[in-house]
Design a protein around this ligand. Sequence first.
Ligand SMILES: Nc1ncnc2c1ncn2[C@@H]1O[C@H](COP(=O)(O)OP(=O)(O)OP(=O)(O)O)[C@@H](O)[C@H]1O
Ligand SMILES: [Mg+2]
Length: 265
Amino acid sequence: MNPVLKASGICKAYRGVVALDGVSIELPAGSITGLIGPNGSGKSTLFDCICGFQARDAGSVMLDGQDLAGLPPQRIARMGLRRTFQQLRVFPELTLRQNLLTAAQAAPGFSYLSELLRTPAVRAHERQMMERADAMLEEIQLTRLAGALAGSLSYGQKKLLELGMALMNEPKLLLLDEPMAGVNPTLVEGLKEALLQVNRRGIALLIVEHNLKLMFEIAQRIYVLEQGRLLVQGTPEEVARDERVIEAYLGRRDPVTGEQGAPLD
Ligand SMILES: Nc1ncnc2c1ncn2[C@@H]1O[C@H](COP(=O)(O)OP(=O)(O)OP(=O)(O)O)[C@@H](O)[C@H]1O
Ligand SMILES: [Mg+2]
């Protein structure tokens, strides 16, 4: 099967500091892939370079066989590649339903004038998007809070809302940057189920996560970055027993606290 995403030789430096040095990844359609690595190893930068939020210095990105070179992030999102951010991006002053609607696609092919005149076709599209928002609220199990302000949600609920926003236009591929970070342990299982549910619909997931236990449970393949380079890739079992990974990532002691890296089980 053709890969849904093929990124080849991605390089990125920030004012001389090399963040990515020739990273290549390939994601089979409908798969779950993990991207792990120590802090500062380039995981979020890789997301930025794939989605067009940062210009790459070198390398190419193909989405479903289409070259994304030079395309702006909004266009890439409309083509079916969505992402969430490490720092939450929801609108606290808007209701949950309104947040979801901000992520809805503009009516395809409608002119500014037809939007202004609110033609029947535009109204039908709006109705459709409203229904979609309500269906999404059901899916993320926040229907009871549809009219509440997003600012009043718990952190974990905001993460769920952000997931819903990324799913409004049914992407082919979703990039999740630390979906579990800061989430109350009681919500982690729910969020994991939500991700598996999304994947069962055929949406491929690329997940950056420091919760390795979860990552090893749900990913079919894992890429390990270290200092901007791909250290290892393989199945969770292969990665877990790779000496280089244990040394570079899991065996590292925090220089401040002296704590050992997160265990795998
Ligand atoms: N906008 C930026 N400007 C300058 N340097 C940056 C920028 N974004 C990232 N960097 C640097 O690039 C390197 C990779 O950072 P990146 O945020 O991609 O790492 P990460 O693997 O996502 O880390 P973490 O696990 O802490 O989120 C780091 O050295 C970081 O300081
Ligand atoms: Mg990051």
